[in-house]
Design a protein around this ligand. Structure first.
Ligand code: F6R
Length: 244
């Protein structure tokens, strides 16, 4: 893993945006796996600004989001579809942007179709990831086994607690989500992990130098040949507490 450490969230966002700009300039029809959450918001803002100023063109890019909640009504402000519109796609023309439909009548079929679409465009060039405090990536939660393909995932207690603020209480956080599988993430040609804040330190330590285990899904990234991790100082503190 290539680890880069910056002062704070703003510097992390700037570095991640530079990474993405370079990737898009090099391959204008790049296929991007998008993440939601706090971690990439600053990077998305910078990409929006770069597109607005004419410095960057994303019009030939294709996107696939990592995950989506199940059971939220269409247009729900906390759905990941709305998140992506707000933080990127309302202002940035792209060729295509896909997100799994968490309300599909046949969720299993929706997952298969989603993986089929990714395959049909030749796979992901870059997967953007945040990391959960419990080491999840996408919504692949710590478990005794993990799934390769896109699937329905039951959200972990830690994850639901961390998202409680978005839904005015933990009880309102959806119980299920669709998520790309760890296999799908590892198939991406490159992976960009963004993390900041003390709360992520432990998970970052486990991801980078802990045992490779399904109990910390991010640790499976150790098996990928091209992972760049962009951290702030607080998240990087975890690199000293190596877990075995
Ligand atoms: C979001 C996602 C999650 C988040 C993770 C970190 O699409 O798949 O794995 O990346 O929960 O979330 P933040 O960035 O809000 O700390």
């Amino acid at each position: 893993m290539k680890i880069r450490i910056y002062e704070d969230y703003e510097a992390v966002s700037q570095a991640a945006a530079e990474y993405m700009k370079e990737a898009i300039d090099t391959k204008p029809d790049v296929v991007i796996g998008y993440a939601t959450g706090q971690s990439p918001i600053g990077m998305y803002r910078r990409l929006r600004e770069a597109v607005r100023s004419g410095e960057l063109d994303m019009s030939r890019t294709t996107g696939f989001n990592l995950d989506e909640y199940c059971g939220l009504e269409k247009g729900h402000p906390k759905s990941y579809k709305e998140f992506m519109k707000e933080h990127l796609f309302n202002d940035v023309p792209v060729r295509d942007a896909h997100i799994p439909d968490g309300n599909a009548s046949d969720l299993k079929r929706e997952c298969e179709t989603y993986d089929g679409m990714i395959k049909a465009v030749g796979g992901l060039d870059i997967q953007i990831l945040g990391i959960g405090e419990n080491g999840h990536i996408g919504f692949n939660e710590p478990a005794s086994s993990l799934l390769v393909e896109t699937h329905v995932e039951r959200l972990d207690e830690v994850t639901r607690r961390n998202h409680a603020v978005d839904f005015a209480g933990e009880d309102n956080v959806p119980t299920f989500a669709l998520s790309m599988g760890v296999g799908g993430i590892l198939k991406s040609r490159r992976v960009l992990v963004i993390a900041s804040g003390k709360k992520k330190a432990k998970a970052i330590g486990a991801m980078v130098s802990g045992k490779v285990t399904t109990q910390c899904p991010a640790s499976l990234l150790q098996l990928h040949p091209d992972v760049t991790v962009i951290l702030d100082r607080e998240a990087a503190e975890g690199l000293q507490c190596i877990t075995v």
